[in-house]
Design a protein around this ligand. Structure first.
Ligand code: AMP
Length: 283
C-alpha cells in the first residue's frame, strides 16, 4: 500500500515507525510530471532500500523571476497513481508550510560553481535547490537519496552540501534515461511543439559526435566545441547557453585534452524551451 502524506508530523511518525523496525530508507525528490527517468530512480531505490519515499514539490525557491514556476506541469493525481504502480511506500506531497513555515528566514548559499554552467543564467537556482534538498534530507534522514545525472551540476551540488553539512546520507547518481531517438526525458519536453520536438534529438546526437572526437586528442577540445555549437544552431537550436567539457568531479573546465573522467555538458534553447543534457567523456 502506498501512503500519501502532506505534513511533516505524519512523515516523522512514519519514518520513526520504520526505523523502529530496523528498515533502511531510500528517498527520491521530484517536482512531479513523472516519467521513465523518475521511474529509474525509484526502481534503483527500491532495489537498494527496504522502504522508499518519493516527494513531489515544485520548489518556488529554485525558480528565477522570469522562469516557468507558474506554468510548470502539475498533475498530482496522475503522479500518485504512477508511484502506486511503482509500489513506492510513501508519497510526500508537502504543503508549502511543511517546508517553508510562515516567516521562514534561513536559506543556503552555495558559493562553489556559482559562476559556471547553469548557475550563470540561473543565479540563485542552486541556492534554492540546496535549501529544499537539505530540508528534505533533515526531515527524512534517509540512508540513501537518489538524483539523476540528467541534472549533473545539481548532483554535484547535492553531494557537496551533504558532505559540508555532515549528513550521514549516501547520494546515489542515476544514469540518464532517454527516448529512443536520444532525447533525455524531462518534464519540460512537454513544452516542445511538434517541429521543435523533431529538432530536440540533435542535442544528444551532436554531443555524441563531439564526444567521439575528443578521443585520441587529435583536435583540441575548444575547437570541437566551437564546431558543435555551430552544428546545433544549424540544426534549429535558437541559442546555445553552453557546450563545455568539465572534470566529472571538480567541474574544472577541460579545454585541450581529456586526461581524467569528464563530462560534456550542454544547455541550449529551441524557441522558449531550454534543454540540458550531458554525457560521460573518458580519456
Ligand atoms: P525533476 O522532477 O525534474 O526535479 O527531477 C527529479 C529527479 O529526477 C532529479 O534528480 C533529476 O535529475 C531526475 N531525472 C529527471 N529526468 C531524468 C532522466 N531523463 N534520467 C534520469 N534522471 C532524471
Amino acid at each position: 500500500m502506498t501512503k500519501t502524506l502532506q505534513h511533516y508530523a505524519d512523515l516523522q511518525a512514519l519514518v520513526k515507525e520504520w526505523r523502529g523496525q530496523g528498515k533502511t530508507i531510500g528517498f527520491v525528490p521530484t517536482m512531479g510530471a513523472l516519467h521513465a527517468g523518475h521511474a529509474a530512480l525509484v526502481r534503483l531505490a527500491k532495489k537498494q532500500c527496504d522502504k522508499v519515499i518519493v516527494s513531489i514539490f515544485v520548489n518556488p525557491l529554485q525558480f528565477g523571476e522570469n522562469e516557468d514556476y507558474d506554468k510548470y506541469p502539475r498533475q498530482e493525481s496522475q503522479d500518485t497513481a504512477f508511484l502506486t504502480t511503482e509500489k513506492v511506500d510513501a508519497v510526500y506531497l508537502p504543503t508549502m508550510e511543511a517546508l517553508y513555515p510562515e516567516g521562514y528566514s534561513v536559506t543556503l548559499d552555495v558559493h562553489k560553481w556559482s559562476d559556471i554552467l547553469c548557475a550563470i543564467t540561473r543565479p540563485r537556482h542552486f541556492d534554492g535547490v540546496a535549501t529544499v534538498v537539505s530540508k528534505f534530507l533533515h526531515q527524512i534522514m534517509p540512508d540513501k537519496a537518489y538524483f539523476g545525472e540528467k541534472d549533473y551540476q545539481q548532483l554535484c551540488v547535492v553531494k557537496l552540501l551533504t558532505r559540508e553539512l555532515f549528513l550521514p546520507i549516501e547520494i546515489v547518481g542515476v544514469p540518464i534515461v532517454r527516448e529512443a531517438d536520444g532525447l533525455a526525458l524531462s518534464s519540460r519536453n512537454a513544452y516542445l511543439s511538434e517541429p521543435e520536438r523533431r529538432i530536440a534529438p540533435s542535442l544528444y546526437e551532436t554531443m555524441v559526435m563531439v564526444g567521439s572526437k575528443t578521443k585520441g586528442g587529435r583536435s583540441p577540445i575548444y575547437y570541437l566545441l566551437k564546431e558543435g555549437k555551430r552544428l546545433l544552431l544549424s540544426r534549429g537550436f535558437t541559442k546555445v547557453d553552453y557546450l563545455e567539457v568539465r572534470d566529472s568531479e571538480t567541474l574544472d573546465e577541460v579545454t585541450n585534452t581529456v586526461l581524467r573522467p569528464a563530462r560534456l555538458l550542454a544547455a541550449a534553447y529551441i524557441g522558449h524551451t531550454r534543454l540540458i543534457d550531458n554525457i560521460e567523456i573518458l580519456p
